[in-house]
Design a protein around this ligand. Sequence first.
Ligand SMILES: *Cc1c(COP(=O)(O)O)cnc(C)c1O
Length: 405
Amino acid sequence: MNYLPGFYTAESIPEAVKYEVLELLESGELFRYSSESESSVSRLEMEFAELMDMPFALAVSSCSSALFLSLKAIGLEPGSKVMIPAFTFSAVPSAVVHAGCVPVLVNVADNYRIEMEEFEQKLSEGIDAVIVSHMRGHISDMDAIVDLCEERGVPIIEDAAHALGATWSGRKIGTIGQVGCFSFQSYKLINAGEGGILVTRDVDIIARAVLMSGAYEHNWKKHPKINHRFTFWQNKLPLFNMRMSNLTAAVAGPQIREVSQRVKAGQANYDYVAKILNASDWLHVPSPLEKEVRAPDSIQFNLCGFDSDEDAKEFQRRAGGKGAEVQIFGLSEDNARAFWNWKFIHPQNDLSPTRNVLVRACDVRLPVNLSKKDLDLIASALVESVREVKEMSCPVDYAYGPEAQ
Ligand SMILES: *Cc1c(COP(=O)(O)O)cnc(C)c1O
């Protein structure tokens, strides 16, 4: 059998996790609020807050829960309009709908970032909150987004599920908006199977989120000391029970210390593959914005000069046959990142610009532990496959150039 790179290998679990998990199993203290001493979940919250230079963090069951709790914690009225990019994971419109709000989608450009003219126009038509989803770690123009939102007093929630370790003008992604949400699901930079965390500087947002996450009675006493806000909100909010288990925290915690090394490895892998792909006339990896430093664990690129979906799918088949698994966001059935499959949301304005991007936008995982041999195999599978398809789809004489009659 041919050698295949480990696309679906999640990030590896550090040795330290085993001891902490064993200790937990022996103690039986799996619930974050059961013991008097500091729990694995509170330790994770402290370490994560420190990593992000933020005063408050709340660990929860997933990034989806973090997004939902953020919307509830900023206190949106039912029916509030929340702007989200039209290219994101279905968890994002889902969180908006669960929070009783209405998602308003804004188009993205072919570099996967929010179309800023349309963003400004939609914002002025009345938007109550914005979720900036840093989809696949691509950062939109945060200076413009913050300026426009601050002018109108619109809160920003950052969906940084796939952007842990990325920065904008030196500021950590996830710390720019009122709340930042992260994921510990297996295919993110920290792999705990499931799990999420939110960070904020706002005492009321953290107090409300902690209580609604399921810190019933006086369990909030095991969170950072902002007692006056906890006693103010006590018994005034519904509970959703989206807590994190100590087992999850024990798996995620030791990986926090590996974030900077994983980010460096991810950047190096990405730059290496991007350079090879960009040398092809038919593949284009969009450049990052000037103020953005990315933290990629996957690569996205556009097929150029592909008029037919069939040719695009043929490229995908051929690349897969050579060992490079490609997802074309807009061409696989029921893809969760294609907005037309979110049939649970209200009808939207014209989203054809985003649709046109997604039917040619390819996605290939680049787990940070891939070897140079893996990267070479992936890059050459992509470049060769696209060449084969282009040569095949052109009439023979044209394949040698229009002059060669
Ligand atoms: C993975 C992901 C989510 C959801 O994270 P979960 O922890 O699985 O709920 C949300 N947004 C984006 C951009 C993601 O990549």
